[in-house]
Design a protein around this ligand. Structure first.
Ligand code: ADP
Ligand code: MG
Length: 701
């Protein structure tokens, strides 16, 4: 088998005119069904791989059949009849030398009745099960005994309504003859990683010879599967490398650290010293900004590690070079807090800020838009309102996304796109800094995020004590109220997070209002505030401000306070119905406390009985405060969707490989990327052609 035929020999011409490549107007019903499975092109069909197989390669005796498993026998019809009780059905008894079984059809054709004439010898395929009158097969397939046995296992493909296995098999077999199966990998790489040729792998997977280990096939450990998984992961890595190379060819404003003075002034004005980790990442970002191509960096740091001040340093460097900076946060409360905090740090340095959120009044919005457009505002802080059409930036050089995993891919791209400007006929793309407290497990970082440079703040500011986590049953609410009183008496503040009600937003709101009323009654001496998503902006701001300045002791809240909120004097977090929240969410919520030097407590109230998953989650929260550990457990429990942003899931991106079990292949594929790109660029192109048509958009995060 030619493992290395050069790409030039690929038979592109043969792809034309195949099912689905014609205009949609001319598409048949069958083609539309193929389309639904994403099958347009012969190269799509060849990698539409079986879910499992049926073994029709041998004949068993009746005695050899195993209940619950498909089997194939040849037997003689002893008797058959149409029965009417308990309902109309065709019933037959067949036997071979080893025994006899019954066959039953609830729907049948006269032709089947004829086939089942007494004394006929038939080949019968079906699943043996234990019925009323002994062992039987329901709706088995019949054919004449003695026919030629297939040499290969019969593939069973993933399909869609109304598309039969037979039609799929036919189309795929046709594609296997038409499509180009030549190898996209050079011999050297096949040898290095012990891979079998693509054509062999594909043929084996569609039509495995009977001697192939069935369990290796099913577990996807057969060398044929290893090759396909390698190819898939390699294509993904190649396409990320491509995106990275393309980015390096783009131009961005060079924002050198000549703003050193202003940055020094910020340094000097802070009431705290940066941690070593913060200093390091400020330096990494600073170096990126001074390069002539756009930065694409993820700043990762656990909740409370101090990412905001790092963002402030980046902003100052850009502003000192005459650029505008935009920072976008996923909630209005967080955006507003940034506006306040960054204002307190940067206004004394003479930097002008503007604030943009959806709920701004007409007049305030107009003046914010104007300040943004004219460049009078140097730092614009806001929510998704920043990416609305009416917003025009002025010389935008840096965009910062806080809690980036909360934004969809589109939203992330949109802000950069808005900042594109043309200088001397070439467009300038702003630098981009993404911030997230959700640590990305290693395999995920190596695959989906390979195009991002990552900076990690792996150290908390000094003096932080770990948050003490308690699990308390709902039934002991009195005890929880007692803790709230004790904490407030010490001059501290507390959050009370209301249960998530997934079915209805209205219900969720009502729950928050009820909880607030209940607490006001139970704790009459306390100053209790309420904040939720439906509150008007001004009211929301007022409540948050009162909490920040210590005029509210207990803040009852929905999950609007989940991300980013920073009130260091708050040291107690109560979460009701904690069993309804996801791990990442619980970790974020718990991160609202433990931000000062006081001993902090997080109470997870739960309602028994707990489901297995909920129990695991709460146990994880109890056992560890380490965001990385929690992210890993979250990945194990829920898969990669959460980490990739709201609209993206790992499922869509990887069809064959699995990040959990194929870490070794991920590493090999990653290692192969530079080899392929540097030494075999033709192969690299062909490989992307085969695997990545229509898919590249997903990967441009
Ligand atoms: P996060 O990484 O969760 O966004 P923040 O930026 O909100 O964290 O910072 C958490 C708190 O720690 C804030 O009150 C911030 O002012 C404070 N902080 C940040 N860096 C330091 C430091 N080096 N020393 C002391 N406190 C710090
Ligand atoms: Mg933050």
């Amino acid at each position: 088998m030619a493992g290395t035929s050069a790409t030039g020999r690929r038979k592109r011409g043969s792809d034309k005119g195949f099912a689905g490549t014609t205009e949609p107007a001319g598409t048949s019903l069958l083609e539309r069904k193929f389309r639904r499975l994403g099958l347009l092109h012969p190269s799509d069909f060849i990698v539409h791989l079986p879910l499992r197989y049926e073994d029709e390669t041998r004949i068993q005796t009746i005695a050899e059949l195993i209940p619950g498993m498909p089997g194939q026998i040849e037997a003689e019809v002893m008797h058959s009849e149409v029965q009417f009780r308990p309902r109309r059905q065709l019933h037959a008894v067949v036997r071979d030398d080893s025994g006899q079984i019954a066959l039953r059809w609830l729907h049948f054709y006269p032709s089947q009745q004829k086939q089942l004439a007494t004394g006929q010898r038939l080949r019968v395929r079906g699943e043996l099960r234990h019925g009323f009158g002994g062992y039987e097969m329901v709706h088995p397939k019949l054919s004449a005994a003695g026919g030629v046995l297939p040499q290969a296992l019969t593939p069973v493909y993933p399909t869609t309504d109304g598309l039969s296995q037979a039609s799929l098999r036919k189309a795929i077999d046709q594609a296997l003859m038409q499509a180009d199966l030549s190898d996209t990998l050079p011999d050297a790489l096949l040898q290095r990683y012990g891979l079998i040729p693509f054509a062999d792998a594909i043929r084996v997977l569609h039509h495995p010879p009977a001697r192939v280990s069935y369990s290796e096939l099913l577990e996807r450990e057969h060398p044929a599967w290893l090759r396909i998984k390698f190819d898939e992961l390699l294509a993904q890595q190649l396409s990320l490398a491509e995106a990275r190379a393309a980015r390096r060819k783009q131009r961005a404003p060079v924002l050198s650290a000549r703003g050193g003075n202003l940055m020094q002034a910020l340094h000097d004005s802070l009431p705290f010293a940066l941690t070593a980790a913060q200093e390091r990442v400020v330096g990494e970002i600073s170096a990126d900004l001074a390069r002539p191509f756009p930065m694409h960096r993820l700043l990762q740091g656990d909740v409370g590690s101090g990412k905001t001040i790092v963002a402030a340093f980046a902003a100052v460097q850009a502003i000192a070079c005459g650029s505008q900076v935009a920072i976008m946060a996923p909630t209005e409360i967080l955006a507003e807090q940034h506006y306040q905090k960054l204002g307190a740090w940067l206004q004394p340095l003479g930097i002008e800020l503007a604030w943009l959120a959806g709920s701004l009044g007409a007049k305030a919005r107009k003046s914010a838009l104007q300040a943004t457009e004219t460049g009078q505002a140097q730092l614009i802080v806001g929510t998704q309102a920043l990416i609305q059409e009416k917003v025009d930036f002025h010389n935008l050089g840096l965009v910062i996304l806080d809690e980036q995993h909360r934004f969809g891919v589109g939203q992330r791209l949109e802000l950069s796109r808005k900042g594109e400007s043309a200088v001397a006929g070439r467009s300038l793309i702003p630098h981009q800094l993404n911030m997230s407290a959700t640590p990305i497990p290693r395999t995920l970082a190596m695959t989906f995020f390979a195009d991002l440079d990552v900076s990690v703040i792996d150290e908390l500011p000094p003096g932080r004590k770990p948050v003490l986590t308690k699990l308390i049953s709902d039934a002991r609410r009195e005890q929880v109220l007692g803790s709230v009183m004790a904490e407030v008496r010490k001059g501290r503040q507390a959050y009370w997070v209301c249960p998530l009600v997934e079915e209805s937003e209205a219900l969720q709101l009502q729950t928050a209002i009820d909880t607030h009323a209940m607490l006001v009654q139970a704790l009459p001496d306390m100053r209790i505030g309420l904040v939720h998503g439906k509150l008007a902006t001004a009211a929301k701001q007022e409540v948050m401000q009162a909490f920040r300045s210590g005029n509210i002791d207990l803040l009852v809240a929905t999950t609007v306070i989940e991300v980013g909120v920073d009130v260091p004097n708050a040291s107690l977090m109560i979460i009701e119905h904690a069993e309804r929240f996801g791990l990442a969410q619980l970790h974020q919520l718990r991160g609202r406390v433990g931000r000062g030097s006081a001993e902090s407590i997080c109470v997870l109230m739960y309602q028994a009985p707990l489901s297995g998953i909920a129990r695991q989650r709460l146990r994880a929260m109890y056992e560890t405060g380490d965001g990385f550990e929690i992210a890993q457990r979250d990945l194990d429990q829920r898969g990669p969707g959460e980490f990739l942003g709201v609209r993206q899931s790992g499922q869509e991106l990887l069809r064959f490989a699995s990040l959990e079990t194929d870490a070794r292949i991920v590493e090999q594929a990653q290692e192969a990327v530079p080899i392929l790109r540097d030494q075999y660029p033709e192969h690299a192109r062909a490989h992307l052609d085969r695997w990545m048509r229509n898919r590249e958009d997903y990967l441009r995060t």
